[in-house]
Design a protein around this ligand. Structure first.
Ligand SMILES: CC(C)(COP(=O)(O)OP(=O)(O)OC[C@H]1O[C@@H](n2cnc3c(N)ncnc32)[C@H](O)[C@@H]1OP(=O)(O)O)[C@@H](O)C(=O)NCCC(=O)NCCS
Length: 158
């Protein structure tokens, strides 16, 4: 199955991507939207996350844009043992925000889940995160509630 949508592709995260992922996730402009992260990542916690990863898939978003294909962000799907796995996404190259990259990457992740015969997908987004709330609404998700942490809960049924 090809994970391609126009000028955006997903490729599976590998150990050689860990430094880039850590650098992206250590940017406060990015992690202010991650409920469970209060500061830059430390290598040890990041590496432990990698080796203990279970029940999820992580991809690098590759953008076929100017000059060469380049890595610009990441998408993950967790809770793969449920009927409605959870999708998370970020574009680490923040100067690329607002150009439709996340929406295309999200469409690929949704296609993947459809092909794997899941019933749908879920997402959690911080209430103040206007960009991301718009992204999931625009991609067909419905708001189904809010959890005790103040995260909006989204659900898409295929
Ligand atoms: C949220 C995020 C992934 C969006 O990435 P992006 O590539 O900029 O998103 P897109 O360009 O595909 O935009 C998709 C939709 O999001 C919304 N959006 C994008 N930029 C926006 C902005 N500046 N203000 C409001 N909504 C915006 C729009 O609805 C947009 O569609 P439209 O421009 O056609 O109307 C990116 O901003 C990011 O990585 N943020 C930090 C991490 C994060 O919040 N992750 C999500 C946690 S659940």
């Amino acid at each position: 199955m090809e994970l391609i949508n126009d000028d955006v592709e997903l490729r599976e995260l590998q150990a050689t991507d860990l430094e880039l992922l850590m650098a992206w996730r250590s940017n406060p402009i990015l992690y202010e939207w991650f409920y469970d992260q209060a500061g830059p990542l430390h290598w040890e916690e990041h590496y432990n996350w990698w080796i203990n990863r279970r029940n999820r898939k992580d991809w690098i978003i590759v953008f076929n844009g100017e000059f060469k294909k380049r890595d610009v962000g990441s998408v993950n799907i967790s809770m793969l043992n449920s009927d409605y796995p959870e999708i998370g996404i970020f574009v680490g190259e923040i100067s690329l925000w607002g150009k439709g990259i996340a929406q295309k990457a999200l469409e690929i992740a949704i296609e993947y889940l459809k092909n794997e015969k899941y019933s749908g997908a879920t997402a959690r987004v911080m209430n103040e995160n206007i960009r991301s709330n718009n992204l999931f609404l625009k991609s067909g998700f419905n708001k189904v509630g809010m959890n005790e942490k103040g995260e909006e809960l989204y659900k898409l049924t295929f």
